[in-house]
Design a protein around this ligand. Structure first.
Ligand SMILES: [Zn+2]
Length: 392
């Protein structure tokens, strides 16, 4: 049994407790949360830390299989250029790919991440997914704009699904990449897989995506036209989010990832589905690729379910939810730390259906315990110096 305390504990399911105590059994399951009322007395074998204690972080969006692309791309050159660089450089020796996946997995453990929603275009990362230290949900992601190839693309996705079920059992679902890369035919066939499953899709990551749907032109349209004949491009909807939601509405939960260019008019479109939508923000990747952050204030003011992700090392220098929180905190200093931590813990756990175990400090859960230190406790603000240490 361990008893752990710090200046504050953030249960997330309730208000912060000054000098609260977390009691863990030998399996790191919480057996008690003690509110000391701020008066910590001498308690035998109490571990006391300077800082705040929070649940393990949840990374709601990652592509661990792209880890070998770290530092390879030019920054801030926009989404079409980024996709083009991924396509031309993602091939590598399998042993290099495996080694970098293992390194990323270890990095996430060190950074206090306990659960990950991970995008897979291949089976490269499956072997790591049965790890006991991180719970993964694998999103098998497919795409294709050519109607006649839809059936074949679905079949390839199903092969990967079967491989998980048989060889590497862990939670998974078949998902579309993005509205601009999935034809109506593919979306229609894919939608049969959405019933009662968790779906993740890249949403409004670039201005060019809006332009492609709105006016049928722009940088993304020009880029995609190099690979497929888009001369008859005539989307059913002039808004990419509307196009996606048209097919996604039967799914259990919808993770909309990035939302960099989501505006008030998009929130109206999403309104009928808000209870099952999670708005996953990856601020460091947005800065890396588009040099632009989402209108986080807008999403926050509408009390939306916001979760956080790191995206991949192809567009980020680290896989750390704390680093994502730092970026948001520095650009939106009036968003409370407690709320930011909720986005990076409980909301992510709910988005991925892992909240029975993760996301909050509650009796019966085994959420992982992180210490955040080197922060401004008086104003309850983190800064660039703040660090995370995994305690359990
Ligand atoms: Zn992504």
């Amino acid at each position: 049994m361990r008893k752990i305390s710090a200046n504050y504990i953030f249960p997330i399911s309730g208000a912060p407790l000054k000098n609260g105590i977390i009691v863990l059994d030998s399996n790191n399951v919480i057996t008690d949360i003690i509110d000391t009322g701020g008066n910590l007395k001498e308690i035998a074998n109490l571990e006391y830390y300077n800082g705040i204690l929070i649940p393990g972080f949840v990374n709601s969006h990652c592509h661990i299989e792209l880890s070998h692309l770290k530092g390879k791309f030019q920054e801030k050159t926009g989404l079409p250029n980024f996709i083009s660089q991924v396509n031309s450089q993602r091939k590598a020796e399998l042993n290099v790919i495996y080694e970098e996946i293992q390194n990323s997995h270890d990095e996430m453990i060190r950074n206090g991440i306990v659960a990950v929603g991970d995008i897979c275009n291949t089976s490269d990362s499956f072997i790591i997914k049965t790890s006991e230290e991180i719970s993964y949900h694998s999103f098998i992601e497919i795409f294709g704009l050519e109607a006649k190839k839809a059936k074949k693309i679905i079949q390839n996705g199903e092969i990967l699904l079967q491989q998980i079920s048989k060889q590497f059992p862990h939670p998974h679902s078949l998902i579309p990449h993005a509205p601009y890369s999935v034809s109506p035919e593919l979306f229609t066939q894919l939608s049969h897989f959405f019933q009662s499953s968790i779906v993740s899709i890249h949403n409004q990551e670039s201005k060019a995506e809006k332009e492609m749907f709105n006016s049928g032109k722009g940088a993304l349209y020009n880029f995609l036209s190099k690979f497929v004949d888009l001369s008859k491009w005539n989307p059913e909807h002039n808004n990419s989010l509307q196009y996606s939601l048209n097919y996604l509405q039967n799914s259990k939960q919808i993770l909309l990832v990035h939302n960099t260019f989501t505006g008030p008019e998009d929130l109206k479109i999403a309104d009928p589905f808000l209870s099952k939508i999670y708005w996953v923000l990856c601020p460091n990747a947005n800065m890396y690729i588009e040099n632009q952050l989402p209108d986080i204030k807008l999403l926050q003011e509408h009390k939306l379910n916001i979760a956080l992700g790191t995206d991949s090392l192809a567009s980020n220098s680290s896989l750390s939810i704390l680093e994502e929180i730092k970026t948001i905190s520095s650009h939106f200093p009036d968003i409370k730390l407690e709320e930011l931590i909720k986005w990076g813990t409980l909301n992510g756990a709910k988005a991925l259906n892992f909240s029975n175990q993760y996301g909050s400090l509650e009796v019966g859960k085994k959420p992982g315990i992180n210490l955040i230190s080197m922060l401004d406790l008086e104003n309850m603000k983190i800064n660039s110096e703040s660090v995370v240490k995994k305690l359990a």
